[in-house]
Design a protein around this ligand. Structure first.
Ligand code: URA
Length: 212
């Protein structure tokens, strides 16, 4: 499994403001959106393209277009929704599938409660968005779900990652022959006893949408 920690001063600046406990929900949503766009720029570096020729007002020009089928963006509900607009801004022709997964807070295992995705993902590049890669249980289950439906490669975009989550993803997918990438703004220190990323930014869903 490949991991890319995006090293860019704008990413670091926005992430610092996102972590700040004093940042209110509207600002948090805006910053998450801006951060995703920057991460998506790196995450889509290998998006599949096809050669085309267009006519400029002057002469034919060789260029590229996104290859079909266009990518599928999959936010993991609920917190992943806060990253969707940032993705579709860069990939407006992408389709969007939804995966509802929740972490059982006692077992810390991922449970699926909703799926709205094409049945057949053959030939698809998929981009999963979920702000926090903590234990890796939810992300690994989501990625496995997409490969089971035929996805050719899966890139996960996370605002933050814990070493434990990356190690788990590596354990699950190393040697599987499946192309999996994680793109994140930072690799934090560790998980605490409640499964929160330290220093992290708290509960991403609550900070985006309030405590429900
Ligand atoms: N999910 C969150 O929202 N925050 C964490 O720190 C870990 C998992």
């Amino acid at each position: 499994m490949e991991t890319l920690v995006v090293d860019h001063p704008l990413v670091a600046h926005k992430l610092t403001a996102l972590r700040d406990v004093r940042t209110d929900s509207p600002t948090f949503r805006r910053l998450a959106d801006e951060l995703v766009t920057l991460l998506a720029y790196e995450a889509t570096r290998d998006v599949r393209i096809t050669d085309v020729t267009v006519e400029t007002p002057v002469a034919p020009a060789h260029g590229v277009r996104l290859a079909k089928p266009h990518p599928l963006v999959v936010p993991i509900l609920r917190a992943g929704l806060g990253m969707l607009d940032g993705m579709t801004r860069l990939l407006p022709t992408a389709e969007v599938g939804f995966l509802g997964m929740i972490r059982n807070e006692s077992t810390l295992q991922a449970e699926t409660y909703a799926t709205r995705l094409p049945d057949d993902l053959s030939g698809r590049q998929c981009f999963v968005v979920d702000p926090m890669l903590a234990t890796g249980g939810t992300l690994a289950a989501a990625v496995r779900f997409l490969f089971d439906r035929g996805a050719v490669d899966v890139t996960a975009i996370c605002l933050l990652a814990a070493p434990e989550g990356l190690a788990y993803m590596d354990k699950v997918f190393a040697g599987s022959g499946k192309p999996v990438r994680v793109v994140t703004a930072a690799l934090d220190e560790r998980l605490n006893e409640n499964g929160y990323i330290v220093p992290g930014l708290g509960d991403a869903g609550d900070r985006l949408y309030g405590v429900v």
